[in-house]
Design a protein around this ligand. Sequence first.
Ligand code: ZN
Length: 191
Amino acid sequence: MRTEFPDFRLGSVLATSFTGTLSERHGTAVERIPTPQRLIDWLAVYGLAVDSCTTAQLELARKLRESIHAAATAAAIQNALPASAVQVINDRSIQGRAAAILTPDGNRRWQLGSPSRVEDALAVIAADAISIIAGERDGKLALCASPTCQAAFFDTSQSRTRKWCEMNTCGNRQKKARFNANQRKNPKSAE
Ligand SMILES: [Zn+2]
């Protein structure tokens, strides 16, 4: 019997794509890495292939994910960073082995330890989160305007006025909700 899992939402920023593996945090939450195998699959998509994953390692990953979410959310609204979240991010960054490798065609890829462990991949994600939260990268942390989402995302648009974590999901849903509300208020104008 084949089990259907929720699709991945693939963004271009590693750390916030990772926090997006739990979506609709303020609504009906969707867990997109419900099993160790799904974490393996997700990591592989981002060039962080690991050899295996235990349920304990999946828990480590989720703990890092929620810590990045908490720290990125605080940074987006210019609150103090929660100390426990900072601690988890730093622990994960320190406890993995990963080296940046320059490929012959001038791209960067990550070489994890051998064997490649989940901890190694998490260190790359933690370092990515640190670079964003520390403001080292060109962009701005913001929170999704969808009330059921409120995900922290990294806005790299030129005007820095992006409202939603993803146009295809939260953006469209908000637009539709607004359209329906207008129709109720103003039924004639919609005809
Ligand atoms: Zn959103």
